[in-house]
Design a protein around this ligand. Structure first.
Ligand SMILES: Cc1cc2nc3c(=O)[nH]c(=O)nc-3n(C[C@H](O)[C@H](O)[C@H](O)COP(=O)(O)OP(=O)(O)OC[C@H]3O[C@@H](n4cnc5c(N)ncnc54)[C@H](O)[C@@H]3O)c2cc1C
Length: 464
């Protein structure tokens, strides 16, 4: 067994692992990363964020071609198969892997491919893909092993028509009708992707409202646009059993309904990847969802072991995972610029796209904060009209008296980019974070960013 010595060993090469490894290496630590795949990038690159966003981009391009009258001069609307759009996602994955592999090489971070487990708190054993065992002795460890779809025992995931958000990327045809079980972010995003490909989607929601953490108005808009795109949303439903048949799936709901489709995509919950880590050898206990508890320094109950990313639970976003990994490394190297990540914007890549930061109307009302609302509808904006992207709205919530910005909520074209302007202003100190910024600033014209000025005037006009 070969033995290697490091300052920091990072388990997992997703965004959390990469953030931790790069920060520790840049601070002069000798770093190794272990990943159980044969390529770097984590589930984020191979199964989650990147493929789903690339799929969505292709679907939006198809929708634009099919709905824009200008394109009728060059042909009738055309439909593409799921495998067709998957090809473009695969190209993006390859490019991402190439860039990320280069980052590790440039920062002299050693990469081991194999399954890691703790022998003790300073020793990691890696079983490589050809069965060789390597021993990594280290001062500190960052666990960044991510998560995988939660698979309840009573659902037969070996059935060829039953998929989860990992295995859906193996789908080799376009179903005519599909059930998506679970209407969280991943379920809603895949509902947009499949309905955009012309698939009849039944979206099964355990709750009475889609993505109830969003501002009500934005959640309502999402429901409207999904329905408008032929998604049948069924709220307050739970499965009794899922029956795989020769040429399809029947979903039996506790409410007595039966729904038949060509395929079912399970999007209900995720589990932290801790089962192979032999955590018992270091005295760390994962919770029922496979997640590890950390303190504000991303330190676990064992002093030299840290954790970041999906494996610690909320918010389970690549965006936050990267920063959590950097902060974990910051704690390790005692760099006092690290911070606990809690100010995370929401970016949801449904069709239409959704993004928000800060408080929503329900929260402000509950907290009895006197706020006012300013809105800009994309349908009236020049850039949106030129781009033929007229669905959407920007809404700014601000304090009636101090004019401080309290929340920014957006849906439609470029929402996840637009929200960052509001986030930047919200984070300014003193009077610089008021809605007045947007009326005293010259915006490029025509831009989507200009929506801030329109929304600010709309809101200020409501004051008396
Ligand atoms: C369909 C989908 C869409 C998503 N879209 C978005 C989005 O648009 N925006 C966003 O911010 N987030 C999105 N997410 C969430 C995002 O992908 C995750 O939050 C992110 O991947 C978490 O990063 P991570 O570094 O914690 O772990 P991961 O990316 O999960 O990587 C962990 C790595 O560790 C490896 N590993 C596990 N166990 C071991 C072991 N014992 N030894 C060695 N290696 C191990 C895994 O194989 C994996 O390669 C999406 C997720 C899904 C599923």
């Amino acid at each position: 067994m070969a033995v290697y010595n490091y300052d920091v060993v990072v388990l997992g090469s997703g965004p959390a692992g990469e953030g931790a490894a790069m920060s520790a290496a840049k601070s002069g630590r000798k770093v190794a990363v272990v990943d159980s795949r044969k390529l770097v990038g984590g589930n984020c690159t191979h199964l989650g964020t990147i493929p789903s966003k690339a799929l969505r981009h292709s679907v939006r391009q198809i929708l634009q071609f099919n709905t824009n009258p200008m394109f009728r001069q060059i042909g009738e609307p055309r439909w593409f198969s799921f495998p067709d759009v998957l090809k473009s996602a695969e190209l993006v994955i390859d490019k991402q892997v190439a860039s990320r592999t280069g980052y590790y090489a440039r920062n002299r971070v050693d990469v081991f491919f194999g399954t890691a487990s703790f022998a003790d708190e300073h020793t990691i054993e890696v079983v490589t893909h050809n069965g060789v065992v390597e021993k990594l002795v280290t001062k500190q460890v960052v666990v960044a092993t991510g998560s995988r779809p939660y698979r309840p025992a009573d659902v037969d995931f070996s059935h060829p028509r039953i998929y989860d958000s990992d295995t859906i990327l193996n789908l080799s045809h376009t179903p005519r009708r599909m059930i998506i079980y679970g209407a969280g972010v991943i379920g809603c995003e895949y509902a947009s992707i499949f309905s955009g490909l012309g698939v009849l989607v039944d979206l099964i929601d355990n709750r009475d409202q889609l993505l109830s953490f969003l501002d009500d108005e934005i959640s309502d808009a999402l429901s409207y646009h999904l329905r408008n795109n032929n998604v049948l949303i069924r709220h307050n439903e739970e499965y009794e059993r899922i029956e795989g048949q020769d040429h399809g799936v029947v979903l039996h709901l506790k409410s007595g309904k039966k729904i038949k489709a060509d395929a079912l995509l399970w999007c209900n919950g995720r589990t932290g990847n801790t089962d192979k880590l032999a955590l018992e050898n270091v005295g760390i206990e994962a919770n029922g969802r496979g997640q590890i508890a950390v303190d504000q320094h991303y330190r676990t109950s064992v002093a030299n072991i840290y954790a970041a990313g999906d494996v610690i639970g909320w918010p389970s976003l690549a965006s936050a995972a990267y920063d959590q990994g950097r902060s974990a490394a910051g704690s390790i190297v005692e760099d006092d610029s690290w911070h606990f990540i809690n100010d995370v914007p929401t970016g949801i890549y449904t069709i239409p796209e959704i993004s928000s930061i800060g408080k929503n109307e329900q929260e402000l009302t509950k907290e009895k904060i006197p706020y006012e609302v300013g809105k800009a509808f994309f349908k009236s904006m020049a850039r949106a009209q030129i781009s033929n992207e007229r669905v959407g709205m920007l809404k700014i919530l601000f304090h009636r008296e101090t004019l401080q910005i309290l929340g920014v909520h957006c849906f439609g074209y470029q929402a996840s980019e637009i929200v960052h302007i509001g986030q930047a202003i919200m984070n300014q100190k003193g009077e610089a974070n008021t809605i007045k910024y947007f009326i005293n600033t010259t915006f490029n014209y025509p831009t989507m960013a200009e929506a801030y000025r329109v929304a600010a005037f709309d809101g200020l006009n409501r004051l008396f």
